[in-house]
Design a protein around this ligand. Structure first.
Ligand SMILES: Cc1ncc(COP(=O)(O)O)c(C=O)c1O
Length: 413
């Protein structure tokens, strides 16, 4: 018997949610009424421990400049409890959103014009950070077997490292959007390649606490220990406890030199987390473990059900079953040509000017099924035949969405 009910509906329409905002939904599929299965936050209330701590702070009435005496111990204790990683607390730097520290690290560890390797498909902000800071994006395409499984191509990585002499790699583990939780063998190969070519790694592990019960996430910083590779392991409670609107994250630095370099820069730019975000993070790490275990069982079951349901429909859609978190790619290669034909015959529905953040498939599912999902093109060139489905909502809503997706495909000529 679970103590937490993830099937309770919390009305989000009309709240300050981007995921439920009609204009934002329109921007990807030109249908404001499409049901939202996109932006990566969950439809579940945060753990009671978090809400109580926030309430207490608000009830106090003063939100002045804070100082949290045991914050790093709290983060360290969490990393040990959740991932069996014993870290030196003096190497933990805190930040607001994870992207703020990733951008700062990109600036610190590369010069303008230098290359940054990013596995593809990629969470788009990695690409925009690299490019907007005037660095060169070096895509490292993952291998896709056409049957729902992505893997890292180390031969290609070694080739890219040798050819480009890129000083930095942005890793994402577990991987958004493929949902891969990497094995120790894969992580060791990554560290070995980066040690050979003296490459620094930023490892975005924002989804790591959400790895499913049957798999083990291994922090890259733990594997890098003793290798000589400089590794910034970025973690956060934001996806884990559904508090992404309260920006708080941490970077576990592999050396005191990295810690100094990063914190000096963050201090110079006055980048730091706010009081309520820190209250929420601290309460989540201290009192959210049981909630999270329950959530992970729930999400893992949802992922299984989606895989089975789409396989049963046998209509060409294939779920790339994630091993962590609440987002998964649906491989739509088998219907892509037919959707392209539908778009050709109904150009107004698919008009890119009316949904500039979308692509062919997000427009198709938005228009023909009233379901809003992220288009594969958002994750890079070549991934157009995929959409990303966010299933962190009630089982009933997920089932309804699958019915709508199936009906849209069945109605295609
Ligand atoms: C892999 C990854 N990194 C970073 C972020 C965003 O992090 P933040 O909001 O803390 O900057 C997301 C949000 O979806 C994500 O999926």
């Amino acid at each position: 018997m679970e103590n937490y009910d993830f099937n309770r509906v919390v009305e989000r329409r009309g709240s300050l949610s981007v995921k439920y905002n009609p204009e934002a939904i329109t921007s990807i599929c030109n249908n404001p009424d499409a049901k939202p299965f996109w932006v990566a936050d969950m439809d579940f209330a945060a753990p009671p421990a978090v809400l109580e701590a926030l309430q207490q702070q608000v009830d106090h009435g003063i939100l002045g400049y804070p100082r949290f005496p045991h914050l790093k111990e709290t983060i360290g204790t969490w990393l040990e409890q959740r991932h069996g990683w014993h870290v030196d607390h003096s190497l933990i730097a805190t930040a607001p959103g994870m992207l703020s520290s990733i951008a700062t690290l990109v600036e610190l560890y590369t010069k303008e014009g230098e290359g940054v390797i990013v596995p593809m498909p990629a969470y788009k902000p990695f690409v925009t950070i690299v490019e907007s800071l005037g660095r060169e994006l070096i895509p490292w395409p993952m291998h896709y077997d056409g049957k729902g499984r992505f893997s890292l191509d180390f031969e290609l990585l070694n080739h890219l490292l040798e050819k480009t002499q890129a000083p930095l790699l942005i890793f994402c583990s577990p991987h958004n959007p493929t949902g891969r939780v990497f094995s120790l063998d894969e992580l060791r190969q990554l560290i070995e390649a980066c040690a050979t070519f003296r490459v620094t790694i930023i490892s975005d592990e924002i989804h790591s606490d959400l790895s499913f019960p049957q798999v083990t996430h291994i922090p890259l910083g733990m594997v890098a220990e003793g290798s000589g590779v400089e590794c910034a392991t970025c973690v956060a409670p934001s996806k884990t406890f559904n508090i992404a609107g309260q920006h708080f994250s941490s970077v576990v630095c592999s050396s005191s030199a990295m810690y100094r370099k990063l914190t000096e820069r963050m201090e110079a730019l006055r980048i730091g987390p706010d009081i309520l975000a820190t209250v929420a993070a601290s309460a989540a790490y201290s009192g959210g473990y049981e909630w999270l275990m329950s959530l992970n069982r729930y999400l893992s079951r949802q992922a299984d059900n989606i895989t089975k349901q789409l396989a049963k429909e046998n209509n060409g859609l294939l779920f790339v079953t994630p091993e962590a978190s609440f987002i998964g790619l649906i491989d739509c290669s088998a219907i892509y040509e037919r959707v392209a034909l539908d778009a050709k015959n109904n150009s107004e529905l698919y008009n890119p000017k009316l949904s500039p953040q979308g692509g062919l498939l997000s427009r198709f599912f938005g228009q023909r099924g009233a379901i809003a999902m992220n288009d594969g093109s958002w994750f890079g060139k070549g991934w157009e035949p995929f959409v990303r489905f966010n299933f962190a909502t009630t089982q009933e809503r997920v089932e309804e969405a699958l019915k709508a997706i199936t009906a849209a495909v069945e109605n295609l000529n």
